[in-house]
Design a protein around this ligand. Sequence first.
Ligand code: NAD
Length: 503
Amino acid sequence: MTETVDAPSATRIPHWIGGRRLDGGSGRSGPVYNPATGRQSGAVDFASAEEVDAAVQAAQDAYPAWRATSLAKRAELFFRIRELLHARRDEVAEILVREHGKVFSDALGEVTRGLEVVEHCCGIPTLLKGEHSEQVSTGIDVYSIRQPLGVVAGITPFNFPAMVPMWMWAPAIACGNCFVLKPSEKDPSASLWTAELLREAGLPDGVFNVVMGDRVAVDAVLEHPDIAAVSFVGSTPIARYVYEKATASGKRCQALGGAKNHMIVLPDADVDAAADAAVSAGYGSAGERCMAVSVVVAVGDVAQPLVDAIRDRIPKVRVGDGMDPSSEMGPLVTREHRDRVASYVENAPGEGATVVVDGREGVPAEGFFLNPSLLDGVTPQMKAYEDEIFGPVLGVTRVGTYEEALGLVNDSPYGNGVAIFTRDGGAARQFQFDVQAGMVGINVPIPVPVAYYSFGGWKSSLFGDLHVYGPEAIDFYTRGKVVTQRWPDPATSRVDLGFPQTR
Ligand code: NAD
């Protein structure tokens, strides 16, 4: 939705092109809110196609010098970026709280997980090492190298305004590319903060650019002939759209979509540990995580004790403004999103589910709050099961057997994260063998891989072949080249029209 913003006290949030802030000239902008108060705090410029082109041009101008910058200098710069980010992480965490709504400790956690990707990129000289085979034939050697793509772009969602961009810009830039970021228009300020920090660290102007905006900016990125690759993270319908449009115009694309993450609890699991995990992973960040647990699948007679244990924990979750150190869960990102999430609680009885805890009760009048909600008896035919709710609504689905639980996960159109809680090592091992999902937790409810592995789901949770960050990011942001070399003695040279032989 495009809105013209007229809140007089709203801070203008411009683009970042060629190493400086640049006010947008399209005349279009969108409101940014503090979700804890419900009041508008900012107005973010929406880029036109011409402004996206200006960012791509700045990136192209910076590219020849950046790709020629030595690995030693790139590594040194990444160490400086790491130090600055670490020293100033409280600043960006506060920006996240004020625009996204998550609590400060969670915002710090987001920055720290993003920082791990930057730390991994400090090892870029090692990550870009190729292979060498000496004497593949007499006097002939072969070696492989990886080279950057050129100008690459990232389009990111609202729920991790600092970390998800770090998943992209850090490996892309470390590999020698120049980057154009189109962040979420709901909480864009962390990207500007990042741009200024990268400049302070010594990144040359034009290597990192930010275009603010909506669909117009996204389409301009997808259609731009000088953008070689696009990384996207967001909801599944937009991920599919981005993947299809980007690849149709010849770009490399990885598009990560939505999720419906199941947490299976087997009858032998420790009920208290499973309930702690379900509450933490279901309501942390108000459920606005692509790896949040959304449905707990209770197998056999663990169901009732588990529902009781989750219900008993919910009143202890402290909901409030994310800057209040006592808050454990903040508001949702916008009023519309809060109302949409609440509608699943409203409609649950009509669909046949039981509302065990109704989070619509007792919410503050100001802000976009919704308290944790628990639904029991959720079945696969219900909207509360089918849809990615993306809020603090946890559903419990009761099944009789492990096979039924596995079938639920494998029949889901999504395949992002999944978890199993059990004390049976054999059952857990069988599960990791059988399950169709990209990231599996065994007694770990949110199995986000560490930075030296790669992150990504299966099925409609990821379009494309390569996952983000870790080793697969190096492959995504570079192209392979294989060199065959010979330094012959001119005296032995002769014409030979035969196909080159190695023996
Ligand atoms: P979204 O799909 O609405 O927006 C993502 C990006 O796409 C934003 O930059 C937005 O401006 C742009 N966009 C939105 N509508 C568009 C349109 N019609 N055409 C072109 N561009 C458009 O997602 P969101 O609400 O910001 O984020 C939440 C979603 O992201 C959830 O579905 C969540 O699961 C998903 N997510 C997935 C992962 C993952 O790793 N798989 C990680 C984080 C978030």
